[in-house]
Design a protein around this ligand. Structure first.
Ligand code: 3VV
Length: 157
């Protein structure tokens, strides 16, 4: 049963819940949590002091990582929504990143809760394109576009 308080990542089966960016079972990872807000998806994340780049500002790789996992989770959720399916229903939609593009528009402050807002740009076959903005105190500091592709059965072989 899916409620509005659920994060998409709460529904990842245990065997794929170890992802460094979004796996709820990875105690060393970011463990992001993403939800719908109307037709947009939202993740809130507070960087740690060790996520630094230039003093006072967040490391770009962290930003890219947040955009990546926010977007792949959004892609899966969008596919369930389009299919009118509950996120716990079988078979699961499992997405990996085909491509990740990030524009760093402004320095992102470190001591600030970040908000990521995603929009579903396209759903086509096994592919979902998601655009994600990163906001710090309401200012967009980075924008990303992710092509998420449903994992083929042959993944990793
Ligand atoms: C909401 C509840 C959910 C509950 C259940 C969910 C379970 C959760 C599952 C998992 C969660 C944990 C995991 C999170 C992941 C986090 C993010 C990562 O770090 S992922 C690791 C890094 N990424 C890789 O290692 C991929 C390596 N690459 C591949 O395996 C393949 O290249 C793959 C699958 C990406 C594509 O291979 P093909 O053979 O399946 O692709 P073809 O069939 O040729 O293309 C399909 C469509 O995708 C486009 N496409 C494919 N690759 C593209 C690329 N690199 N750039 C742009 N488009 C690409 C193609 O143009 C095509 O689109 P056209 O139909 O023509 O419009």
């Amino acid at each position: 049963m899916t409620t509005s308080d659920d994060a998409f990542q709460d529904h990842y089966p245990e065997n794929v819940a170890q992802c460094y960016g979004c796996g709820r079972l990875n105690e060393h990872g970011h463990r992001i949590r993403t939800c719908w807000d109307g037709d947009e998806t939202v993740t809130r994340f507070r960087p740690e002091p060790y996520h630094t780049s230039v003093p006072g500002f967040a490391y770009g790789g962290l930003i890219a990582s947040l955009i990546d996992c926010h977007s792949t989770g959004s892609a899966a959720a969008a596919m369930y929504r389009q299919a009118g399916r509950d996120m716990d229903s079988q078979p699961p939609f499992r997405f990996v990143t085909g491509s990740l593009h990030v524009d760093f528009l402004k320095p992102t402050p470190l001591e600030c809760e970040l908000e990521l807002r995603g929009q579903i740009k396209e759903i086509k076959g096994r592919k979902v394109v998601v655009t994600t903005s990163v906001l710090a105190d309401g200012v967009v500091t980075a924008r990303g576009e992710v092509v998420a592709v449903q994992m083929p059965d042959s993944f990793g072989s």
